[in-house]
Ligand binder design. Sequence first.
Ligand SMILES: Cc1cc2nc3c(=O)[nH]c(=O)nc-3n(C[C@H](O)[C@H](O)[C@H](O)COP(=O)(O)OP(=O)(O)OC[C@H]3O[C@@H](n4cnc5c(N)ncnc54)[C@H](O)[C@@H]3O)c2cc1C
Length: 286
Amino acid sequence: MTLPAFELHRPRSVEEATQLVDRHGEDAAFYCGGTELLLLLKLGFSSFGHLVDLKRIDELDGIRVENGELVVGAAVTHRELERSDLVRERLPALATMERGVANLRVREVGTLGGNLCFSDPHSDPATFLLTLDAEVECRRGGEPPRRIPIVDFVLGPYQTSLRAGELLTSVRIPAPPDGAAVAHAKFAFHERPTATVACLARVVDGRVAEARIAVGSVGARPARATAAEQVLTGVPVAELGEGLLEEAGERAAEAAAPADDANGSPEYKAQLVRVLVGRTFRQAVG
Ligand SMILES: Cc1cc2nc3c(=O)[nH]c(=O)nc-3n(C[C@H](O)[C@H](O)[C@H](O)COP(=O)(O)OP(=O)(O)OC[C@H]3O[C@@H](n4cnc5c(N)ncnc54)[C@H](O)[C@@H]3O)c2cc1C
């Protein structure tokens, strides 16, 4: 597999990146780590005369806290997230989730922004970010930024709400509510996940004061399972027996709308969701 010839551009700002894509139109594409795009080019699934490398744009870099939100630059790699002291301190579940993404080689160069923009249904971060009501910030050079809830950003397989020439610049993750914990789990027998589940649980005075459940990888796009959340909200932790968790798992499997693909039948994936919801919610409560 060899890469076809292309001209490489290395802009230093969002403005410059947008101008390049505007100038070359459909013959140009952004890339960051290149773990998805360069693979597509090598396989001959797409071809571009101009590649616009985003790694030198400072605005897309760094992990910081702003107004209580954890702000992750779009060009931050999975490996940086996994190893960041700030992430481990503020949101350890994010570091744990990132440690489970792909393999070391992919994590070393693949970015959070690239993962979300590629929008492969078999992925971890979008499911995780849904439980935290995260938003992405996107910007076309010369225009004000747009803040988009993650639920409205990931539209379906390989489809996002990005506009032409617009970059995802950062991911903004609100702090979990006081007393809440987040857990993420997946099941995979190929390289990418077959099913992903993320749960947030907040326990107050021995009761589940808040339950958030997101399911991904099994259907066209990750989704919050609100009916499952309702089943568990208000329940005393001591009564969180198999019956209630099974019911929540059932509601989550319905919300996930599992698809038939090389990872398995809809029935099989629904069963994975039922099992993972029970396990992951218990873990978050624990
Ligand atoms: C072997 C393998 C295993 C994997 N396993 C997992 C897994 O277990 N879980 C998981 O979640 N993922 C998995 N992945 C996916 C991996 O996480 C992504 O490949 C990676 O995060 C993509 O980031 P990138 O920077 O390399 O994207 P690139 O390949 O650089 O870009 C991907 C797409 O996004 C666009 N893009 C990139 N950055 C921006 C931006 N800032 N603004 C606008 N558009 C942008 C590009 O134009 C391109 O279309 C796996 C991938 C591989 C190859």
